[in-house]
Unconditional design. Structure first.
Length: 503
């Protein structure tokens, strides 16, 4: 490989408040949608059918939320517990520093700052917590990169206003953003608006605060498949909210930069049939749509036909289009886990699949234990496609492997499979840089074991640091360095030059 990673390349790791903090009812925090994401057990997989074969969905319907409130003891809700980062942040950040992190991506829990999402005044205890976290990062020379909303809309806004279906939620979001931008001015240089903004299609509850009636149904990849009108309206409002956040950021702290975040990138045709390739085009459009608006500042031409022929009408306020144009992002970030396979579905006007994982297998790729195809070359392809389309600096805000780890008596894990995944993806990122793609950093998803987003499992581990907790919160919560900890340290120390797994 001929690559050299640029000097000052931001190596690090990424997390989200709802998957690490716990302390869901401490420090004046209000409830968030993530507090209602149930653990997907093997029993649920068997009895309710495979929502998405390997990634059943943990969305909650109105009935489920009501019951979770009334009878919390009946439910396993691991995101309320996280891995205790609210209390262990010093120790955890010190471990990141030991690996040599230059950047730590984390999110602010909106309901820690505004318990209902739309309160008049912020909760000082919540603000003070993140002051301490950011100070701790800087003490170790780590730059925080902060996501404003990572799958945890305040529950009050979801229940009372239908989340981002309502402009009230947009106003509340902008007030929250203004508050944190002012408070952390000078401490946070890199901001992200919404995590995986395209996840509204598969994850409307946690992603956008949309609550629908009825239990999730079995044997469909997406319990709430359909609802296109609501989903596209909500995401229009989120894109306006995102643009307003960017505008505020530039006003309040001209030194700071704000980016976006997209997942689910590369689609391959199953065959050389033109029809399959057409399906790729359709599916690509449902992905590019979000970043086209956020990076280019206007609705792309191809959405008109989809909206028209599906009778979707987007309610816009007078200056929305102007706001979208003014509030384009400074940089683009992506999460990259896998690629997808497309087969023609015979529709003249396509619908998004809304799937988290492809239902058609790619026979050329190995898969993780959760059925996620592992595709390092797809990473290079994706990075080139994005740069070609937007010509904006790219940050990899997530990449990682969820696996079951066998810890020895001391909590040590020999995770060569994780090292192998990391090595192959970093190599391809290096190739993309050599291709000329402007990439300024890479954050491994879940550098410390955390609660899975899709299934709320603890046993699906991404970390280079083992956390002694099981799916139900049993264990000592002790942190132990895995083999990959030392590997990533070596990668960072050599600025990506030494990728050999020698030990
Ligand atoms: P988990 C699905 C597919 C790709 C990325 O996911 C996804 C999801 C949502 O489950 O989300 C991102 O934990 C997300 C993180 C999440 C990570 O990928 O389900 O931004 O919050 O933890 C990995 O294995």
């Amino acid at each position: 490989m001929t690559k050299t990673f640029p000097k000052g390349f931001l190596w690090g790791g990424a997390t989200a408040a709802n998957q690490i903090e716990g302390a869901y009812n401490e420090g004046g925090r209000g409830l968030a949608t993530s507090d209602f994401a149930r653990l997907i057990t093997d029993e649920i997989r068997e009895t309710e059918g495979a929502f998405d074969e390997h990634v059943p969905h943990n969305a909650a319907s109105a009935e489920m939320v009501a019951d979770m409130k009334k009878n919390p003891e009946k439910w396993a809700l691991p995101k309320r517990r996280g891995i205790g980062f609210y209390h262990t942040y010093k120790e955890d950040i010190a471990l990141f520093a030991e690996m040599g992190f230059k950047v730590f991506r984390l999110s602010i829990s909106w309901s820690r700052i505004f318990p209902n999402g739309d309160d008049d005044t912020p909760n000082e205890e919540g603000l003070a917590f993140y002051d301490k976290v950011f100070d701790e990062c800087h003490k170790h020379g780590i730059e925080p990169m902060v996501t404003l909303c990572h799958f945890d809309t305040p529950l009050h806004l979801a229940e009372k206003y239908g989340g981002f279906l309502s402009r009230h939620t947009v106003d509340a979001f902008v007030h929250y953003v203004e508050t944190v931008l002012k408070r952390y001015k000078g401490k946070v240089k890199y901001w992200l608006t919404f995590n995986e903004i395209n996840n509204v299609l598969s994850n409307p509850f946690t992603s956008s605060g949309l609550i629908f009636d009825g239990a999730p149904t079995a044997n469909t990849c997406n319990p709430y498949l359909g609802h296109w009108q609501e989903k596209f309206q909500a995401v229009h409002n989120q894109m306006v909210a995102s643009a307003l956040a960017v505008i505020k950021c530039h006003e309040i702290d001209p030194e700071a930069k704000m980016g976006n975040m997209l997942c689910r990138l590369e689609n391959y045709a199953e065959s050389t049939k033109p029809e399959d390739q057409l399906q790729v085009l359709f599916e690509d459009h449902f992905n590019w749509f979000f970043t086209d608006v956020q990076c280019k500042g206007k609705y792309p031409y191809y959405m008109k036909r989809f909206f028209d022929e599906n009778a979707i009408t987007i309610a816009m306020e007078e200056n929305d289009l102007e706001v979208l144009q003014q509030g384009t992002v400074d940089f683009i970030t992506i999460s990259y886990y896998m690629t997808y396979v497309m087969r023609f579905k015979g529709e003249k006007v396509p619908k998004p699949t809304g799937r988290l994982v492809s239902d058609i297998k790619n026979p050329n790729l190995e898969m993780s234990g959760w059925g996620w195809p592992i595709d390092p070359i797809g990473f290079r392809i994706t990075l080139n496609h994005i740069y070609d389309r937007y010509q904006l600096p790219i940050f990899i805000s997530e990449n990682g492997l969820g696996a079951i780890d066998q810890a020895d008596a001391n909590g040590y894990v020999e995770d060569d499979y994780r090292i192998d995944y990391m090595k192959r993806h970093i190599e391809q990122m290096g190739e993309a840089i050599t291709d000329g793609v402007d990439i300024f950093g890479y954050a491994w998803w879940g550098p410390i074991d955390l609660i899975s987003s899709g299934t709320s499992e603890m046993k699906k581990r991404y970390g280079m640091i083992y956390v002694d907790l099981d799916d139900y919160g049993n264990g000592t919560a002790k942190r132990t360095r895995k083999k990959s900890f030392y590997y990533y340290k070596q990668v960072i120390e050599s600025n990506g030059e030494n990728l050999e797994n020698n030990s």
